[in-house]
Design a binder for this molecule. Structure first.
Ligand SMILES: *Cc1c(COP(=O)(O)O)cnc(C)c1O
Length: 401
């Protein structure tokens, strides 16, 4: 379909070398992530910001700047267009007047991983893949399972043995092959990579295929649309593999080229766990790349990514935005989850709690201003982490009738 997508191929994120987008690929010849490029001039002709509201309420409304060539090849479960909720009561507790939460918990499979996997599975099927494999801390595996089932493809998922039960259950429910690995995400990655090579499965690991980041970038398009063409001053984002951070940063550049926004960018605040903070350590050291975190101790899966393939892209984006990287302890995440639940009724995942906890530290240090427009990303629903939540309550018998 002419003009539906203006996807123009892939480029190496290190060398800029162009690679065609017409076959299944993982990393670039230089061993780096591949990123999609578009004919933005052509996209701008049909993609006016004020015309978006008339389109279907999924992330695919931004189809000119997404890779799927036609509507009928899209693998969708209704992902995206999540609410941007003002949270005045929580804001007041933190000393902030214009705080909002982009609540990704309402996505299919309860996390923003749905966006990335909708795009990746769409492209993998289009380009001929039949079986997909992935190491995951949990949520990505659950989303892959669902989208693969939706596409009629097989999914093979390798998750740590201590991943949340919800992740195992959702993946099994969608008919995926689930293997529990006694180890961390990078151990799962080694196993998944080996098995995929042996069996000829397509590896959809974070940044080892080019399209998950394309799905995740739509969070920034939605923010600008929901804010009536404004950009926030600050985005607080829980960072594991960095897909959302890198994707949103590129999306702001794209939106400027489309004429949606000007030069101003939000400061990107990357939040990690004290027990696994490779990007925070590299940011503080002024390094261009991170070193793997040897023994992650955080219990929070989305932040337990000891090895960050796209580290240089994350660090570039954080620095170019004037933002920062900050770590918080698990206990502060859980406390912030409870605080947000009580103040606003929003079920934050611990990763979302990490952002609220980090924001409190930044307010104390004077690094964010009281009246700045701040958006915190809640990347999954609290319900996916039920084993980590308080469930005690009195049990009584009903009165005799
Ligand atoms: C995967 C995940 C993250 C980290 O996302 P990236 O974009 O890969 O950095 C954060 N929160 C949750 C709930 C996740 O599942």
């Amino acid at each position: 379909m002419d003009g539906f997508s203006t996807f123009a191929g892939l480029e190496c994120s290190r060398t800029g070398e162009r690679v065609g987008g017409e076959r299944l690929v993982n990393l670039s010849p230089a061993g780096a992530p591949l990123l999609a490029v578009y004919d933005v001039g052509r996209a701008a002709a049909t993609m006016r910001r004020d015309a978006m509201a008339g389109r279907p309420p999924t992330m695919w409304r931004y189809h000119e700047m997404l890779p799927a060539p036609a509507p009928d090849c899209i693998v969708s479960l209704g992902e995206g267009m999540t609410p941007l909720l003002p949270v005045p009561r929580l804001g007041q507790r933190l000393g902030l007047t214009r705080l909002a939460i982009k609540d990704e918990g309402g996505n299919p499979t309860g996390s923003f991983k749905a966006r990335g996997l909708s795009a990746a599975v769409t492209m993998a099927r289009l380009l001929g893949a039949e079986s997909l494999a992935m190491p995951s801390a949990g949520n990505a595996g659950g989303a892959l399972a669902a989208y693969a089932a939706r596409a009629g493809l097989a999914a093979h998922i390798f998750i740590p043995a201590d991943a949340p039960l919800s992740n195992r259950a959702e993946a099994l429910l969608a008919g995926a092959e689930v293997t529990l690995v006694r180890g961390f995400l990078d151990d799962c990655g080694v196993v998944a990579g080996q098995r995929a090579r042996q069996a000829g499965w397509f590896d959809v690991s974070t940044f080892k295929e080019p399209y998950r980041v394309e799905g995740k970038k739509t969070m920034a398009y939605e923010l600008v649309e929901q804010m009536g063409g404004e950009v926030p001053d600050v985005i607080v984002y829980p960072t594991g593999g960095g897909t959302g951070l890198v994707g949103m940063w590129r999306a702001f550049g794209e939106m400027q080229a489309l004429g949606w926004i000007g030069e101003r960018r939000p400061r990107l605040i990357s939040v990690q766990a004290e027990g696994c903070a490779p990007l925070v350590r590299a940011f503080a050291a002024g390094a261009a790349e991170s070193l793997p975190w040897s023994q992650p101790t955080t219990r929070v899966g989305g932040l337990r990514a000891p090895r960050v393939l796209a580290d240089f892209l994350c660090l570039q984006a954080i620095r170019a935005s004037g933002g920062t990287a900050i770590a918080v302890p698990d206990e502060a995440m859980f406390a912030a989850q409870r605080e947000a639940g009580r103040a606003e009724g929003i079920g934050l995942c611990p990763e979302g709690g990490a952002c609220v906890a980090a924001l409190r530290l930044l307010v104390e240090r004077g690094e964010v201003g009281r009246d700045e427009r701040i958006v915190v990303f809640n990347t999954a629903s609290a319900a996916k982490y039920v084993e980590m939540l308080a469930t005690e309550a009195p049990v009584i018998d009903p009165p005799p009738r």
